[in-house]
Design a protein around this ligand. Sequence first.
Ligand code: C5P
Length: 233
Amino acid sequence: MAKDVIIACDFNSKEEVLNFLSKFENEKPFVKIGMELFYAEGPEIVREIKKMGHKIFLDLKLHDIPNTVKKSMAVLSNLDVDMCNVHAAGTKGMMSAAREGLTRPDGTRPLLIAVTQLTSTSEEVMQQELWIEKPIDETVMHYAKNTMEAGLDGVVCSPLEAGKVHEVCGEKFLTITPGVRFADGDVGDQKRVATPAKAREWGSDYIVVGRPITQAADPVAAYKRCVAEFLGE
Ligand code: C5P
C-alpha cells in the first residue's frame, strides 16, 4: 500500500507556494492545498502545481446536499487532483454522491476521504452545542464506519486513532494523519502529536506535515528526514 508524506502548503499566495516548491529540485513531494490558497488563486494554482509533477491533496472539505457535492466533485475530478475530501457529517448519501461525481467515465477517480469530527470541536461543544450525545471517540469511529460504508477510501484522523480506525474499518481503509512533529521540534498549536516514526508504527498511511517542513531553516532536509522516519528508509 502506498504510504507517503504530504506537505501541507498553508500559504496564501501563488508566489509563496511556488517559491517554497522551487526549493525541491530532485523530489516531487505530495502536497496539500487548502481553502486559503484555492480561494485566493483559483483552480489555476492546482493545474500549475500538477504540471510541475506533484501529487495534490485538495483539502476543500465539501459539505452540502448530495446533488451539489456530486457536481462539484466532477469539477475537481477534471482538475486531476490525487486526493480530495468531504465532511462525514454530510451523511452516507452525500459521501456516495461525492464518490459518484468524482468517478471518471473510465472508472478511475482521485482518492476520496472524509473528515470525521474536526479536532477543533471538543466533546463538550459537540454534546452541548451540536446535540450529539455520544462520546467524541465513539462518534469519530461511527463516522469512520459510515465513510467506509459509503465506499470512500479513508478518513483524516490523529495518528493516535489510526490503529483503532483500522480495527473498525479494516487495514485497507486509509488513515491520513496531521499532528506530526519531530521529536526535537516545536509542537506549536497541535495538541495530540506523534513523530513520523510513531505515526508509522501506529498505522498511518499518509502523514500531513506543515510547519515542521514549511518553516524549517532547510525545508528540503526536513522533508527528507520526515520521509526517512516515516517510511523507515
Ligand atoms: O503545520 P501543521 O503540521 O500543524 O499542519 C497540519 C495541517 O493539517 C494543516 O493544514 C491543518 O489545517 C491540517 N489539519 C490538522 N488537524 C486536523 C485536520 C487538518 O492539523 N484535524
